[in-house]
Design a protein around this ligand. Structure first.
Ligand SMILES: [Ca+2]
Ligand SMILES: [Ca+2]
Ligand SMILES: [Ca+2]
Ligand SMILES: [Ca+2]
Length: 339
């Protein structure tokens, strides 16, 4: 269980959820933040694990949400935002600033009852909203709004009552990522760092995070979502995401003689020089030695061609699962803290 939202002391672990303006209630339980308001309630994220979340002019802010009713927005404290609402069974995505300066598109699916990802990007003179169902590329909806973002501000989020003004607005945030750089959206299997390609960089970053045990780490690395980053996740990446074998140094889908030739020619075997996946480190300890060779041959793929399709065993996140990545400055510095 991760519980990285907090509403109490500023020294507490996790994001400090701070009331900003308007009437509203916020509940932090099971690591999730549930907001409700009969008018407009807004909260900001000024601190993280006792340290200040920097004020920024440009933000990329992604949340995994459950939308229930009213209007949900994520964005900046000036109310430059990306948001969703549902009205008479029609769903909308919008981006802009305030009530009167918005762009709106209809969403071709219902928002309620789904776990959704909502992303706000404010860079240059453009605010962009993205909405999608995790793992479903066809569900991605985007909308832009030209607007110069003048202020250094906190990441923030809020809910209001529904657009007709009669209902309670209720929504829950499950996971949050914030970044000073645009966060790419990728649906490619194995692309855990979201750069648009599933390659050795992905497993090298997973391995580096596993070795360092820096917390919190990017929750996208935790492929079986058991809140631990270990060799099991590397196995899932190799077998289920990339459909290949340990030993496939060049990631062409087969573990063959050419992989062995490549890694031994790289000359890192049994040296103190660090190695990545392409250099023969297949168990993720950062070096290429006999353990890696044993793991590769135990996996049984040598000169067997491509791995047969394996059924996905990665479970969907449950309602109680929570993980947060704080990504300020670089996507490669994502860390996760365990409670
Ligand atoms: Ca990648
Ligand atoms: Ca795991
Ligand atoms: Ca290969
Ligand atoms: Ca190794």
């Amino acid at each position: 269980m991760y519980d990285n939202f907090s509403i109490a002391d500023e020294g507490q672990t996790g994001f400090l959820v701070k009331y900003y303006q308007g009437p509203g209630q916020v509940n932090v339980s099971d690591g999730q933040v549930t907001m409700e308001s009969t008018a407009w309630g807004m909260w900001s994220l000024p601190r993280y694990n006792g340290g200040r979340v920097p004020l920024r002019k440009e933000w990329s802010f992604r949340a995994t949400i459950s939308y229930e009713s009213g209007y949900l927005a994520i964005g900046k404290t000036s109310w430059a935002h990306a948001g969703v609402w549902e009205d008479e069974n029609v769903s909308y995505l919008r981006a802009g600033t305030g009530n009167s300066d918005v762009s709106v598109v209809e969403v071709p699916y219902s928002l309620t009852g789904e776990l959704l990802s909502l992303q706000f990007d404010a860079f240059g003179d453009t605010i962009t909203a993205h909405l999608w169902r995790p793992g479903d590329p066809a569900s991605l909806i985007e909308i832009d709004r030209n607007y110069a973002t003048p202020n250094n501000e906190y990441a923030s989020f809020g809910v209001s009552n529904d657009p007709t003004g009669i209902g309670l607005g209720v929504s829950t945030l499950h996971e949050i990522w914030i970044s000073s750089e645009p966060m790419p959206i990728s649906f490619i299997a194995g692309d855990v760092n979201w750069d648009g390609v599933a390659d050795a960089q992905d497993i090298d970053q997973m391995s580096a995070a596993m070795r360092a045990q820096l917390l919190p780490f990017n929750p996208a690395y935790d492929l079986n979502r058991d809140e631990i980053l270990d060799f099991v996740d590397l196995e899932l990446w190799v077998r289920n995401e990339k459909h290949t074998y340990f030993g496939d140094a060049n990631l062409d889908g087969e573990f063959s003689r050419s992989d062995l030739t490549t890694v031994f020619q790289a000359g890192l075997f049994e040296t103190a020089d660090p190695a990545g996946w392409a250099g023969g480190d297949w168990n993720g300890d950062g070096f290429f030695n006999s353990t890696d060779v044993i793991i590769a041959f135990q996996d049984g793929g040598y000169e067997q061609g491509a791995r047969a399709a394996v059924p996905a065993t990665v479970p969907e996140p449950g309602g109680s699962f929570i993980a947060i990545g704080l990504v300020v400055g670089s996507l490669t510095t994502v860390r996760r803290r365990r409670r």
